[in-house]
Design a protein around this ligand. Structure first.
Ligand SMILES: [Zn+2]
Length: 449
């Protein structure tokens, strides 16, 4: 029995190794370096960022080595055991650099293996010439960061170090960033309504009386038209942090009934998710109606939720299939390579002409997943539907580190596919150009002013 099992696993292994098919003649010597060089020098479109303003950081208590650990690294430091309040204190100026280091040291040392934290180490090395984060380096690193922010640091990183053409920002702050380079996406919070208080916030912001579901839709419409005038390039939704991505196609009467109940409730009582779901679902369809009329793509957070404690099944992209079926003309961009639902994402992007893959955030979640699934996506999904890079960072240094990860991994995949004769060297170059640059310009219509 044991022998049979061994034989079977040997056969399975051989089948795995043999999974490559050769379609093209094998490449000429030096193709690997030529592909790497091309990717290292190409212009990039960064499809998704949360950058904070440099002046905001200069006023904050985190313009020291903690700037590099405040986002993503913080998740793994807390996952390794540091409490949230203790971590928060390290982002203020109530402690010296050395006191901050002493507090974080055991958690940093426990978690420095993760890709979030490897990206930080690559960044400190390549941007600040410091190889390790420890008691001998944190003060020098902090000084270097402070000095950097006295210079034109954002442009230096984004333009000179990253060679980025466009940055698509998920945020409202337009006080920084070269307007030729920055584009913006808009989130709509009317989807999250669960209390009268939330309705009143929207009414106040839109300067409208909201007394019925029609008024609510009107408020959404006005907000949407204002967003178009301001030049937003896409609609973004991150509701998978709070609820399932399954949206029922709800009749207006049903949504209206719930909305009226909310309006007559006391201001502070929040309704349960099951009570408000039909209303939220209804509003999601109205948002997509507007996106459709404006020919605006919809970016959807799928997969892993940042921070601690969440329900991963809520963010499974397969929940969205009924929306894709109903709105065949709306471009749906699914974020984060759907981690860990990469196979599901393959089938959706293959099956629906209006579904696109965005690999933002992905390489620092898991480089090996990114590599594995980019292989699979290039075998299953047309290359004009894949966008390879979005840093997804609050601090600009993270974008640089993340981009180095992305370039290495995309190079690895394309080189491997050329080596196996699946694509030619020339095809690999064309794919790199598309997924790092041209696709995002086309899909998000970034050339429009
Ligand atoms: Zn994001």
């Amino acid at each position: 029995m044991k022998k049979i099992l061994l034989l079977l696993s040997a056969i399975a292994l051989v089948m795995l190794v043999k999974a490559q098919v050769q379609v093209r003649p094998l490449p000429k010597n030096g193709f690997d370096q030529r592909i790497r060089n091309f990717i290292n020098n190409l212009k990039v479109v960064d499809t998704h960022e949360h950058l904070g303003s440099p002046s905001g950081y200069m006023k904050s208590g985190r313009l020291d080595f903690m700037l590099l650990l405040q986002h993503y690294a913080d998740d793994d430091i807390k996952s390794a055991g540091m409490s949230k309040p203790t971590f928060e204190k390290l982002l203020t100026d109530s402690l010296t650099v050395m006191e901050k280091w002493n507090a974080i040291k055991p958690y940093w040392e426990s978690s420095s293996n993760t890709a979030y934290n490897r990206a930080v180490l690559l960044t400190t090395d390549q941007l600040f010439g410091i190889k390790n984060i420890d008691e001998t380096t944190v003060e020098a690193l902090s000084e270097k960061i402070k000095k950097a922010y006295q210079t034109d640091w954002y442009n230096h990183i984004l333009k000179e170090k990253c060679n980025i053409d466009y940055v698509v920002l998920d945020g409202e702050d337009r006080s920084f960033g070269d307007p030729k380079m920055f584009r913006y996406v808009k989130k709509f919070d009317c989807i999250n309504i669960d209390s009268r208080k939330k309705v009143e916030i929207i009414a106040k912001r839109q300067n409208l009386a909201i007394n019925s579901i029609d008024d609510l839709v009107l408020a959404l419409n006005e907000e949407f038209q204002a967003a178009i005038k301001k030049g937003y390039v896409a609609v973004k939704t991150a509701v998978a942090y709070n609820r399932t991505l399954f949206f029922d196609d709800v009749k207006k009467e049903k949504a209206s009934e719930i909305f009226d109940k909310i309006l007559t409730s006391s201001k502070d009582s929040a309704f349960s998710f099951s009570e408000v779901k039909p209303l939220q679902d209804y509003m999601m369809y109205r948002i997509i109606d507007l996106a459709k009329a404006a020919n605006m793509p919809v970016q959807i957070h799928t997969g892993l939720q940042a921070g601690d404690g969440n329900i991963i099944e809520n963010s499974n992209p397969t929940h969205l299939a009924n929306l894709f079926l109903k709105y065949r003309d709306v471009k749906f961009i699914l974020f984060h390579g759907g981690y860990p639902f990469g196979g599901e994402l393959s089938t959706l992007a293959k099956n629906f002409r209006n579904v696109y893959i965005d690999m933002c955030w992905l390489y620092i979640i898991s480089p090996s997943y990114s590599e594995r699934y980019l292989h699979e996506w290039l075998e299953t999904v047309p290359a004009n539907k894949i966008m390879a890079f979005g840093g997804d960072f609050m601090n600009v240094e993270g974008i640089y580190g993340h981009l180095q990860f992305a370039k290495q991994i995309v190079s690895n995949v394309l080189i491997s596919k050329v080596k196996d004769g699946y694509i030619s060297e020339n095809e690999a170059i064309k794919i790199a150009q598309k997924i790092f640059h041209d696709n995002a310009i086309e899909i998000l219509r970034l050339h429009q002013p």
